[in-house]
Design a protein around this ligand. Structure first.
Ligand code: R1P
Ligand code: URA
Length: 337
């Protein structure tokens, strides 16, 4: 990021680019598929319409955004890397670049606690967070009565988007395929691929009983990964809130001459101030690709990954296309998407 940033509270460049994703209003759609890896983003992008040519932005911090159209519907694909902090950067910064409602589907990999083969797809109805209790005395566990890991309460996916994702995946599954698509399950998002997912490593993690404890916490618990909870949590928090001290939002207009400058119809407030507290929703859902079976210890092959990602990509794009929502306005330098 070479540009000068303004506002230490929510850093942005003079032309409204957010600090970590590098995007500005008009470059990201309000229907979004988010993934962990750039290669999965590129697989999904192959399904976008050829015209207009999709817009791509790779940020210095490793976020990749591809914005285009899928069967005419404006969509963005955003690769965010791994973990809740990256999900946090993504949701908060994209939210500041968008007016109106958002629909976000995470297409991510996971480990399965239920007995399904690798290559299956799970569509969770809800998620819990599993976090390592850093106040637990890991080097002297007997001195501590607190648990080594904490399991949060459930947060639900948006029920309509959840249903749409399941329906679209069923339709996208190749004919004759015996791949399982499991739904109605609970996911657990962990703050480590290792300790808080119950993997045994050379660190003294005191997690030998964690999988058992997790399975006992919810009869529907089926998958382990790292980002879904935070997506569902932020979407649920956004709700229809009006933060204290924020002005009532006015409708946004776009200056057609300088397309990146969005202003309130009634004032010259910058976009961030009018967006906060607006009467909008964030719909969130997830489709999880089973890469690791924690029951059989099998791990997916690269060939299986390629096949699975290709058809599940179609499913999530169809689900976004079929989600009734007003499109936000896009103004991209390399063509109007
Ligand atoms: C760990 O290997 C990563 O894979 C899963 C986890 O949530 C974590 O990000 O998701 P992605 O495949 O989307 O990255
Ligand atoms: N991603 C995870 O976080 N865990 C797994 O076991 C597989 C993918």
């Amino acid at each position: 990021m070479k540009d000068t940033l303004t506002d230490a509270n929510f850093p942005r460049t003079a032309d409204h680019r957010v600090y970590h994703l590098g995007l500005r209003p008009g470059e990201v759609a309000n229907r979004i598929v988010t993934v962990g890896s750039p290669s999965r983003a590129e697989t999904i992008a192959k399904l976008l319409d050829d015209s207009p040519q999709p817009f791509r932005l790779s940020s210095e911090r490793g976020f990749l955004t591809i914005t285009g159209r899928y069967k005419g519907a404006p969509v963005s694909i955003v690769s965010i890397g791994m973990g809740s902090p990256n999900m946090d950067f993504f949701i908060r910064e994209v939210r500041e670049c968008i007016s109106g409602d958002m629909a976000v589907i995470r297409l991510g990999s996971c480990g399965a606690l239920i007995n399904v083969p690798v290559g299956s797809v799970v569509v969770p109805k809800a998620s819990v967070a599993v976090s390592r209790n850093v106040d637990f005395n890991f080097s002297d566990p007997d001195s501590c009565t607190d648990p080594a890991y904490r399991i949060s309460k459930l947060v639900a996916a948006d029920p309509d988007l959840h249903r749409e994702v399941h329906k679209a995946l069923e339709a996208a599954r190749p004919a004759g395929s015996d791949t399982s698509i499991v739904t109605g399950t609970v996911n657990a998002s962990a703050d480590s691929f290792y300790s808080s997912q119950g993997r045994q490593t050379s660190f003294p993690d005191h997690n030998e009983n964690l999988i058992e404890q997790l399975s006992a916490s919810s009869k529907d618990l089926a998958t382990l990964e790292m980002e879904t909870f935070h997506l569902f949590h932020l979407a649920a928090c956004w709700g229809r809130h009006t933060p204290a001290g924020k002005p009532t939002p006015a409708p946004l207009t776009t200056n057609p001459v300088s397309p990146t400058v969005h202003q309130s119809a009634s004032s010259n407030q910058p976009i961030s101030q009018v967006l906060a507290g607006s009467d909008t929703v964030i719909k969130a859902a997830a489709a999880q690709l089973v890469f690791a079976s924690r029951t059989s210890q099998a791990f997916i092959t690269p060939e299986q990954v390629a096949e699975l990602e290709a058809w599940s990509a179609k499913g999530v794009l169809e689900a976004l296309k079929n989600t009734p929502m007003e499109n936000n306005r896009l103004h991209l330098e390399e063509g109007s998407v």
